[in-house]
Ligand binder design. Sequence first.
Ligand code: ADP
Ligand code: MG
Length: 441
Amino acid sequence: MSNPFSKYSKKTEWLTGDLSILGASYIPENFPHREGQIDLMAKTLSSIVRNTRPSNILLYGKTGTGKTSTTKYVTKMLQEATDYNVNVCYVNCQIYDSPYSILVTLANDLSSNINDQIPPLGWPLDRIYYELLNRINRQNRFVIVVLDEIDKLIQKSGGDSLYALLKLVDDSQNSRTSMIGITNDTGFLEGLDARVRSRLNQESILFPPYNASDLKDILMYRTKGIVAEDTIEESAINLCAAIGAQEHGDARKALDLMRISIEMAIRENRNRVTDEEVNKARDKFEMDVLKEAITTLPLQTKILLLSAVVTQEIDSSLMITGEIYENYRNICEELGYMPLSARRISDILSELEDFGLLSTKTKNMGRYGRTRAIRVLGQPRLMKRYLLEDENLSMFRGSKIIRQSRLSTGYNDVIGMEAPQEIMETKFNEILESEIQDNSD
Ligand code: ADP
Ligand code: MG
């Protein structure tokens, strides 16, 4: 037998560069359509060159509009321009989301000595704070703290953590520290104390969504040097750009699609990238996103989603909370897990809706109280496959799954009620109410 890899190892002539350059961690040297934002950042930060502390900056805009990468680019350029007289500490608040972890990360970032590392647990907060302050003061150079996805920090630990960090900026000697906050959700600002808010966005810079023609320029620029000239058909670039533009002007999506399209063409031994590859890449991309979304769900959430999927499988009409809950309990019983309370289930259904996996619509059913009409969105079959890949669910056989209600009407029609559904929903609502009462006692 010939080596099974031999058919893949044939060199692809038209691939002239490294595909990973299209990935998110690569920082390009140019940012088409972001010249204005880069200029504004540079203008604000340029006070460092004149030895004065720059204003804090808040960058905002949807995902994939270039906030993180332009910030990394600009701060790198600033370091070059100042002979590395600026220390840039980058923290992603999606990963480090407590005041403790952020202060520790910053303090450890500011010390090159491995013996000075603060442990990830155990120190009181004020001790870390003063240690960090000392380290900043000892630096004798400017420090720029970049807090990326800053809304996640507020979401998880409230405004106090931000207040502490802003205070740090003020407390540091000769005020040589400033902050760049990055967010794709400015909603968090509303909940903040007015003083914190105004300190955070002394200067704010909007990153508007890219349109299809911007994205086309970006794609052309980023693919130059990776593939031989004219091997990506113009219509394929246009299609990637259009899909990215549709998705709130997202350069990441456009670039990811292009990378996957090129990979597809290589794997299939094609010598160019056409619309066909882009369309296939789009399908694969959406499958990957779904898989990622599902495999990272907590186990109980998976069980609930599985219940919704298999309930809908029996009959595609709209479902109600009560029957999904009932089947969820059946699955828990079958697999030997303790079911969660009705109240938690109600919350998890809302979370699944936020993820875009379900749609729910609350209906008033008179004396039976309120119910939610639920539908699994997208590709339930694929969801089921990904769910059952979890080894904790692999024993699922679904022998007790039943479908009792018939909410067979369309979304906006009146609910056709049948006896079993009344029972299911009243029971669910009763359980829910008794739990709420238990809790308020
Ligand atoms: P955000 O932080 O706003 O979500 P990123 O900065 O991570 O967006 O950008 C997403 C991807 O798109 C990155 O790979 C980035 O390099 C690329 N990108 C964004 N804007 C541009 C641009 N104007 N030119 C070239 N590449 C860009
Ligand atoms: Mg980002």
